[in-house]
Design a protein around this ligand. Structure first.
Ligand SMILES: [Zn+2]
Length: 249
C-alpha cells in the first residue's frame, strides 16, 4: 500500500504544483498602522507577504476570501468567524529576539534570511488553519500538527531551496531550549511540544531528500528505523496533501 502511495505521490505532486487552479476567492492582506519601530518590520516583510499571497492564491487557493492582517495585538492566529489571519508586529520582534546571539541552523544564511524563513513557515501554518476550515478538510489527530505538516511540505515542494524549511523549523528547537519546565497542562495543549514540532518537521525534511539530509539520522534514530519511517512518512503525507488539494478545486 505504501509503495503504491509513493508511486502516486510522484505523479500527484508534479500535477498539483504545476496545475493552475481557477477559484475566484482570494487571500488579501492589510497592514495596520505601525509605530516607528514597527515600520522597520513592515519595510522588511511587506514584499515577502505580497509574494507569499501570490503563491498561496495560485498553488493552494481558498474557498472564501481570507485576509491576512499584519499588526494589532493578537496572534499569530486564524479567526474562523472573521476569516482573518492575525499577525502582530510584535511577532517579528519575537522571532528576532529568539535568535539574538544564537547559532543559525545554516552558517551561510544571514540573520534576516533566517527570520524571514521562520515567518514564512508560521504564515503557512496559519494559512493551513484557514485552508482546513474553509474547505472543511476532515482531520483525525491534532490540527496543529497537520498545520505544521502543511507548512513544511509547502516549503519543500514549492520553493527551490529545501533548506528554507530546514532553517525555519530550527525555530522550534530553539524555543525548546528556552523552555525550563514542561507542566502536565502542556501535555494537554493543542500544540505538540516545541521539540516534537521540530522533530516532526525534521522527519519530513529528511524523508524529502535522505542523501542531502543524511546527517539528521544518527545511529540511535537508525536503530529505531526512523530513517525508513521518515521516508515513508514524507511520501504518505505528500500524497495526502495532494489528495486534499485536488479535491478542493
Ligand atoms: Zn496553529
Amino acid at each position: 500500500m505504501r509503495l503504491l502511495n509513493q508511486v502516486l505521490t510522484a505523479a500527484i505532486t508534479l500535477f498539483i504544483f504545476l496545475f493552475s487552479l481557477h477559484i475566484s476567492a482570494k487571500t488579501f492582506y492589510q497592514f495596520e498602522p505601525a509605530t516607528e519601530e514597527e515600520k522597520q518590520a513592515r519595510i522588511l516583510f511587506e514584499p515577502l507577504v505580497k509574494d507569499m499571497i501570490e503563491l498561496l492564491n495560485s498553488e493552494v487557493p481558498i474557498k472564501q476570501d481570507v485576509t491576512i492582517v499584519i499588526g494589532g495585538d493578537d496572534g499569530p492566529l486564524f479567526d474562523p468567524q472573521e476569516n482573518k489571519i492575525y499577525f502582530p508586529y510584535s511577532f517579528f520582534f519575537f522571532i528576532s529576539d529568539t535568535f539574538e546571539n544564537e547559532e543559525l541552523a545554516i552558517e551561510e544564511t544571514t540573520f534576516d534570511e533566517t527570520v524571514m524563513n521562520i515567518f514564512v513557515h508560521v504564515l503557512l501554518h496559519e494559512y493551513a488553519h484557514a485552508y482546513f476550515a474553509n474547505w472543511d478538510v476532515p482531520l483525525l489527530g491534532k490540527e496543529e500538527d497537520a498545520a505544521d505538516v502543511f507548512a513544511t511540505l509547502f516549503m519543500l515542494n514549492v520553493f527551490d531551496d529545501p533548506d528554507m524549511a530546514y532553517i525555519a523549523v530550527d525555530f522550534y528547537a530553539l524555543l525548546d531550549t528556552k523552555t525550563e519546565t514542561i507542566a502536565d497542562l502542556d501535555l494537554w495543549g493543542e500544540h505538540s511540544l516545541d521539540y516534537q514540532r521540530y522533530t516532526q518537521s525534521l522527519c519530513l525534511i529528511y524523508g524529502s531528500d535522505p542523501e542531502k539530509y543524511t546527517f539528521i539520522m544518527d545511529k540511535e534514530l537508525k536503530g529505531i528505523e526512523r530513517d525508513t519511517f521518515c521516508i515513508e512518512e514524507f511520501h504518505l503525507k505528500n500524497y495526502n496533501l495532494g489528495k486534499i488539494i485536488l479535491s478542493n478545486q
